[in-house]
Design a protein around this ligand. Structure first.
Ligand SMILES: [Zn+2]
Length: 191
């Protein structure tokens, strides 16, 4: 048991041994119904509706990834994921980071396309401040995050996500795919 100053924790054996989690399947988010109603709204209400939808969606995504990427258990039997940047448990001070395709990459696209970056294939929880900043700007941390995403999703789901993003006009997706291809030797030893 390690001690984090609050309560001890240990890595869960299944993952510590290097067993891969079951692969995920990438599914684009369907927003047809949302858009049908949106067409009838004036711009200000539409923007407000989009912001609300986005907030709820991100909360749901955060809950989902927090509970499916569990890697440590505490002495009080609470479970947590670990941060892909510093490898320490995400007890608190946690933020969601859009990793492979960022908000900047989808700027200017319609809402239904911009929303697609908020999925398990693109998002990780990281510690706020230092870790989040490293994940955004440091190539080494970006590689750790990509490796983490591939570990939890399987490579195919990540590639399916990137291909889909490319199909809907996000030019950055091809570049990310090439980057991942270059990182392959280090990505091979997952977990
Ligand atoms: Zn961290």
């Amino acid at each position: 048991m390690r001690n984090n100053g609050r309560e001890g924790y240990t890595f869960i054996r299944q993952y510590a041994k290097g067993t891969l989690p079951p692969p995920m399947i990438f599914m684009p988010q369907k927003l047809e119904k949302f858009e049908d109603i949106s067409q009838t709204l004036p711009t200000t209400l539409l923007q407000e509706r989009e912001l609300r939808y986005l907030k709820l969606w991100r909360e749901a995504l955060r809950t989902e990834i927090h509970h499916t990427r569990v890697q440590v258990i505490t002495t009080a039997l609470r479970t947590y994921p670990i941060c892909p940047v510093c490898r320490k448990p995400l007890f608190n001070g946690v933020e969601v980071h859009e990793a492979l395709i960022t908000r900047g990459d989808v700027q200017g696209l319609p809402f239904a396309k911009r929303m697609q970056i908020f999925c398990a294939q693109n998002c990780v929880e990281v510690h706020a401040n230092d870790c989040h900043m490293r994940a955004q700007f440091y190539p080494r941390a970006k590689r750790f995050v990509a490796k983490y995403l591939i570990y939890w999703n399987g490579e195919q789901a990540i590639l399916d996500f990137l291909h889909y993003m490319n199909d809907i006009g996000v030019t950055k997706a091809k570049e990310v795919e090439r980057e991942i291809e270059c990182w392959k030797p280090s990505l091979a030893q997952l977990a």
